[in-house]
Design a binder for this molecule. Structure first.
Ligand SMILES: Cc1cc2nc3c(=O)[nH]c(=O)nc-3n(C[C@H](O)[C@H](O)[C@H](O)COP(=O)(O)OP(=O)(O)OC[C@H]3O[C@@H](n4cnc5c(N)ncnc54)[C@H](O)[C@@H]3O)c2cc1C
Length: 390
């Protein structure tokens, strides 16, 4: 199979997303599908798949070409993310963290030295990145983080911890956020840094077992008098919260795309099953209750998809997209939970059995409802945009 890198060298037409979708669907079927259930069951990080994703160009979709990425617009990344997550949300997470969070943060706010040191290897999958914002005491209230980075000569000394960090247990580098100002400074006192694995005082705490997006090495990370060079700062002191929010608003659209992929997978299974399962004298698909349920599932999935594509296209035009991103993330993740649950209902006992992927879809969808800002946080953003503006 041709890699996305060679394909892009042959002038991948950014407006022809159908080619890109076809490519991503083929990759997902060939490389991701055979390992999707195993990743979920064993909860083991799929190093081989991660390497293959790097080799084929999936880990640097939106990273600029000069650093080895594909430089796709967000719509391109959304389409690839939708197709990969349709088969395995865990694979979608690996792609999203490496590319949408870590790669994008370094490309956007890293120094030239940081970009050339990390991006080419991140894109190829030679190193694994993680993004550490959440702390045991601060999740939704990200401005309330308490990890501290204290300037000491030519370095910073970091103390604190991060929790629920995807790829945290296997990461070679962590983009993280810490307080350089006082707690009273709030968001303005937060700065962004990069720390490399093996730095004394930086360690992986316990690996956390979660219900969905399994096999993505979710972990707690701790800093105990961890000394990092002043050159590990991204942007300027105090820029951290803005960097975190800029990256998260964009990656929220990626999370919405993953939810659309999951909902599509659950819907597709429901349609197939309803047509082939005979109940009493006829196929399930002939009962109006089931037909209407499938009509509702398809309508909500399509609405989630349109909101997601709209948010991506507004972003790509360079317009303000905060409201659309929040709507897409909130609606698509709740839709994925609902559609996955309905699909289980249509499958009856087989739906809850581990032999089929449906119960995995439901567990995965629920995680999407929490990460990158919960549904309540998205509604909070929306209500502020709608009610408190000028
Ligand atoms: C599998 C997984 C992977 C993750 N990966 C990462 C990662 O790579 N990097 C990272 O930094 N973080 C990561 N996270 C953390 C995730 O972003 C947080 O869990 C999430 O932001 C919620 O924070 P919290 O868990 O502290 O919940 P809390 O903030 O404590 O929220 C608890 C409840 O309160 C609700 N709530 C919050 N604010 C309001 C409000 N204003 N009004 C009403 N209700 C409200 C929430 O919606 C939620 O229902 C991950 C989490 C999971 C589960």
């Amino acid at each position: 199979m041709e890699t996305l890198v060679t394909r892009s060298e042959q002038a991948l037409d950014e407006t022809d997303y159908s080619e890109l979708r076809k490519w991503a669907r083929e990759f997902a079927k060939r490389e991701v599908l055979p390992v999707a259930a195993r990743i979920d069951r064993t909860d083991e990080y799929p190093f081989e798949l991660q390497k293959k994703m790097g080799e084929y160009g999936l880990l640097g979709l939106s990273v600029p070409k000069e650093y080895g990425g594909l430089g796709l617009d967000l719509m391109g990344s959304v389409i690839v993310g939708e197709e990969i997550s349709r088969v395995s949300l865990s694979a979608g997470f690996i792609m999203g963290v490496q590319n949408g969070l870590v790669g994008s943060a370094i490309a956007l706010s890293g120094t030239e030295e940081q970009r050339s040191r990390y991006l080419p290897r991140l894109v190829k999958g030679e190193i694994i990145g993680a993004y550490g914002l959440t702390e045991p005491g601060a999740g939704s209230d990200a401005a309330g983080i308490s990890t501290r980075a204290t300037k000491d000569g030519d370095s910073y000394v970091v103390n604190g911890s991060k929790i629920f960090i995807t790829q945290g247990a296997v990461a070679d580098l962590l983009v993280f956020f810490a307080r350089t100002g006082t707690p009273e400074d709030g968001a303005a006192g937060i700065s962004a840094f990069i720390v490399e694995k093996g730095t004394p005082g930086f360690s992986v705490g316990q690996k956390l077992e979660v219900m969905g997006a399994r096999g993505t090495a979710t972990a707690e990370l701790t800093f105990a008098d961890c000394r990092i060079p002043a050159s590990a700062l991204m942007g300027r002191e105090g820029d951290g919260f803005l960097i975190a929010l800029t990256i998260l608003s964009k990656s929220r659209i990626g999370a919405a795309a993953a939810a659309v992929g999951l909902a599509e997978a659950a819907l597709e299974e429901a349609i197939k099953y309803a047509k082939k399962r005979n109940i009493f004298d006829r196929p399930l698909a002939k009962y109006e209750a089931i037909r209407f349920m499938i009509a509702d599932m398809a309508t909500r999935t399509e609405a989630a998809k349109l909101l997601t594509y709209k948010a991506a296209s507004i972003h790509d035009k360079g317009d303000e997209f905060l409201k659309e991103a929040a709507m897409a993330k909130y609606f698509a993740s709740e839709t994925a939970v609902w559609v996955a649950e309905r699909s289980i209902q249509i499958h009856g006992g087989y739906g809850v059995s581990k032999a089929l992927p449906l119960e995995r879809y439901l567990r995965d969808a629920k995680v999407l409802d929490i990460v990158e800002g919960t549904s309540e946080v998205q509604r909070w953003i929306l209500s502020k945009e709608l009610l408190d503006g000028e």
